[in-house]
Design a protein around this ligand. Structure first.
Ligand SMILES: *Cc1c(COP(=O)(O)O)cnc(C)c1O
Length: 480
């Protein structure tokens, strides 16, 4: 595409955009699990109006737009209350869960630099189920990830193993409430005790769970404390763009106190321009996300969130019962919330995903890791509630259909070749031609993904990472 010599009429621009979005997942039908956390048209309208109202305002300098500062502080205050923090607890609004988790790691590293300057190579101890954002933080900030296996039945972090992994270089422990992959809560209180005893910071990743769990607890679910009531917890991340139904670009990172948060802030008065004081990664940033989050939280209130949480709670029970009634499928672990990982001993789950996609449903594939088998993931949200019956019916039919397809679905020749190669041998050219043999070309994937998922599933992670990196490099490249 070239920039048009002369701009188009406004209507034409929007017509083009409608055409371009034709292949997008239609989340309004309730057939997408995850990606969009939909609480209905009224909440969407509130979010859009507030977002547009502050779209152009810049949160770069809070003294220029005190409204944006107020929104952020109000939201942090509501969140602190939600997570039972005292008056010392503080925090910031970030662009998403990844930013919140990464900032927590950066803060821990810099806190250690200030308080334990003897540490050369900082380390963080985390269960293998910790979100990819922590692996990303490790990569970006030079913190060594010390990854510990989880219990093979419950998929919960193992406190003993975490304790044993602590060294004089440990600067942070990480656990999830709840984990994304299996929706299970790590033993936060036990890990908190270890953190206190060892004198290291402890981040609880509540990106997906922290907002919703307190509601599930009120409905009678057996949910242990995971928040600031737990001694040893020093920071918590909580996404608002998941179960608080705010538009994307909305998460929080809360700290036990300002002394810890101090190490998050970056200031630069060295350069020739305006003085930069950034509490998060972004510098110039739209006021839209923070304004919309403030609006949605004030619009829904505790009553609105209780009503929505109830829908999710009931829908999750229904999905769980339904899946357990399908002979070939089972739910992994004992999920506490509304996230389910579904595996099978008898059918290829990647075929199930493809079959479901042909009927308009989007389920997320999760690859095999260690003791955890490949599975598909559902994050249930209110818009799914009315279609659970249809979901279960199609899931039954699609599982039966998948049973008839060849179990592996993998190109064994290709797999053999790939497994025999080292990462260094996988040059972009080699990978590109190999991917073409399974229908991946020019950054486009085929309609049915089972063959590709099967290959990724069977490869060692460094090799799979290489393949995916080459693929991404192709995908975001303009055609000639
Ligand atoms: C979603 C999620 C993240 C990452 O959040 P993004 O908003 O996608 O960047 C981190 N941790 C957990 C547990 C999550 O569910």
């Amino acid at each position: 595409m070239r920039m048009p010599e002369q701009g188009f009429e406004m209507v034409e621009v929007f017509e083009r955009m409608q055409e371009i979005r034709a292949a997008d997942a239609d989340w309004r039908e309730g057939k997408t699990f995850g990606y969009v956390y939909d609480a209905g048209p009224d909440v969407e309208e509130v979010a859009k109006r507030a977002y547009m109202m502050f779209l152009s305002e810049n949160a770069l300098d809070p003294t220029v737009y005190p409204s944006l500062l107020k929104f952020e502080v109000d939201i942090v205050s509501m969140a602190r209350d939600h997570l039972h923090g005292d008056a010392q607890v503080t925090g910031n609004f970030t662009s998403g869960g990844t930013e919140s988790c990464m900032l927590a790691v950066k803060t821990a590293r810099d806190h250690a630099r200030a308080h334990r300057p003897d540490i050369g190579q900082p380390e963080m101890v985390m269960p293998v189920t910790a979100h990819a954002a922590f692996y990303k933080a490790a990569h970006y900030f030079g913190v060594k990830p010390v990854v510990v296996p989880v219990d093979r039945d419950t998929f919960r972090a193992n406190p003993r193993a975490m304790q044993d992994a602590i060294t004089p270089n440990t600067v942070l422990l990480v656990a999830s409430a709840v984990s994304y992959a299996h929706g299970v809560m790590d033993p936060i209180a036990d890990i908190g005790r270890i953190a206190l005893k060892s004198g290291v910071l402890f981040h609880v990743d509540g990106c997906i769970g922290a907002f919703l769990l307190p509601y599930f607890r009120r409905f009678g679910a057996d949910i242990p404390h995971f928040d600031f009531r737990v001694p040893g917890v020093t920071s918590i991340s909580m996404d608002l763009h998941k179960y608080a139904y705010c538009p994307k670009g909305a998460s929080l990172l809360l700290y036990r106190n300002k002394e810890i948060r101090f190490h998050q802030i970056f200031t630069c008065s060295e350069w020739t321009g305006y003085t930069v004081i950034n509490h998060t990664f972004q510098s110039s940033k739209s006021g839209g996300p923070v304004a919309a989050a403030w609006a949605v939280m004030n619009y829904l209130g505790d009553e609105g969130y209780t009503r929505l949480a109830r829908q999710v709670y009931d829908a999750t029970l229904e999905v769980r019962r339904g899946i357990e009634a399908i002979d070939d499928l089972h739910v992994l672990g004992t999920p506490e919330m509304s996230l389910l990982a579904v595996a099978s001993d008898s059918v290829n789950v990647f075929h199930v995903i493809d079959e479901m996609k042909s009927r308009g449903w989007y389920l997320q594939p999760q690859l095999r890791t260690g003791d955890c088998p490949e599975n598909f993931h559902l994050s249930i949200n209110p818009s799914n509630a009315p279609v659970i019956g249809a979901l279960l019916e199609d899931l039954g039919a699609c599982t039966a259909a998948a049973r008839k397809l060849d179990a592996g679905g993998v190109d064994h020749e290709l797999l053999k070749v790939l497994s025999g190669l080292s990462v260094e041998m996988l040059t972009p050219e080699t990978v590109t031609s190999m991917l073409e043999t399974v229908g991946v070309k020019g950054g486009r994937v085929p309609e049915r993904m089972a063959a590709i998922n099967g290959i990724l599933n069977a490869l060692p992670p460094p090799v799979a990472n290489r393949l995916l990196t080459v693929f991404m490099n192709e995908m975001f490249h303009p055609a000639e």
